[in-house]
Design a protein around this ligand. Structure first.
Ligand code: SF4
Length: 324
């Protein structure tokens, strides 16, 4: 399959008075045309910073470097701010976790959607209104004409999130990034938005979904990447990683999922906390919490190795029959 996004050795550092925060520290992965990649990990693992770095939507004091960061062959690190603005929305679009923060309360939905569509597509307003209406229909919005004339305060959180998804699809982006798109919604609306993401993923060339919820990734995505403390721990096909997790961190995350069949058992958890990315542990960053840590783990950083076709793991036990 042809590659859509290539990320090699991506690093995003923030130089602060107390030291350098290595929020993303040498992350590599790819998304092929037609694929959906899920990125999972605890809060502070660097998931959101990774995708915002890909978009180059970061504060000016963030230092973003990579050996390769390309979307459809375009070197994203070489783009000027003006070129980036042309790419945002048109080639890469993002759905954020708190949609109400990204919508202007003072303007109607029609104005906000058509402004974006006219800016990128260079078309007349009447045509943009048609596209906006079609997009609202696509995301299952009831009464799209009334919604277009509404102000954000007249709509529910679930409706606003649908509008953000419609807006992000309105210029046919090649890559759609959804950063925890259901976190701010109640449970029934979450289920609707998850179903919607599964339905609309064919309207873009590629999807990156960030979530804490591995079940959502299993439902929607083709590939999964597990991040921890700014590093990629494991990535590969969803079936490979979910059925045969090779990294102790992935195994711990999967074991911690509550299951109805285990209701008499105590919930599993990973002891300890995610380390600081200013002064992370030497060697493997997961070593203070890993039940299989060996002396080498606290001295040498494990390389990322391919243990099966397209299944990569960063663990000293990888390729030795797994952790024991
Ligand atoms: Fe555990 Fe060592 Fe593997 Fe890290 S490298 S996950 S500490 S076994």
């Amino acid at each position: 399959m042809e590659q859509l996004l290539q990320v090699e050795n991506l690093k995003t550092y923030f130089k602060l008075i107390d030291g350098t925060v290595k929020a993303v520290d040498g992350v590599s992965f790819s998304v092929n045309h037609g694929e959906a990649l899920g990125i999972a990990g605890e809060t502070g693992s660097g998931k959101s910073v990774t995708v915002k770095s890909i978009m180059r939507n970061m504060p000016s004091y963030a230092e973003i470097t990579a050996d390769k960061l390309t979307l459809e062959g375009i070197d994203l690190l070489k783009l000027s701010n003006k070129e980036l603005q042309d790419i945002w929305g048109k080639k890469i679009a993002m759905i954020f976790q708190n949609p109400t923060s990204f919508i202007n309360p003072l303007f109607t939905i029609e104005k906000q959607m058509t402004d974006v569509i006219c800016f990128h597509e260079k078309i007349k307003k009447a045509e943009a209104v048609k596209i906006a209406r079609n997009m609202l229909v696509l995301v299952g919005m009831p009464d799209p004409d009334a919604v277009l004339k509404s102000y954000p305060f007249q709509l529910s959180g679930g409706m606003i999130q649908r509008i953000m998804i419609a807006l992000s699809l309105s210029c046919n982006p090649s890559l759609l990034i959804a950063d925890e798109p259901t976190t701010a919604l109640d449970v029934t609306i979450q289920a609707q938005i998850i179903k919607l993401l599964g339905d609309i993923k064919t309207h873009t060339s590629g999807l990156i979904l960030i979530t804490h919820n591995l079940a959502i990734i299993t439902e929607i995505c083709d590939k999964v990447a597990i991040m921890y403390a700014g590093k990629m721990m494991e990535w590969g096909g969803v079936n490979q990683v979910m059925k045969e997790p090779a990294h102790p961190y992935t195994q711990g995350l999967l074991a911690a999922i509550p299951r109805l069949s285990n209701e008499s058992k105590k919930l599993e958890f990973i002891p300890g906390n995610i380390p600081s990315t200013v002064d992370p542990p030497k060697g493997c960053r997961f070593s203070p919490r890993c039940p299989y840590a060996k002396p080498v783990c606290t001295q040498e950083e494990p390389p990322m190795v391919e243990i099966a076709p397209s299944h990569f793991v960063a663990c000293h036990c990888a390729g030795e029959g797994g952790c024991r």
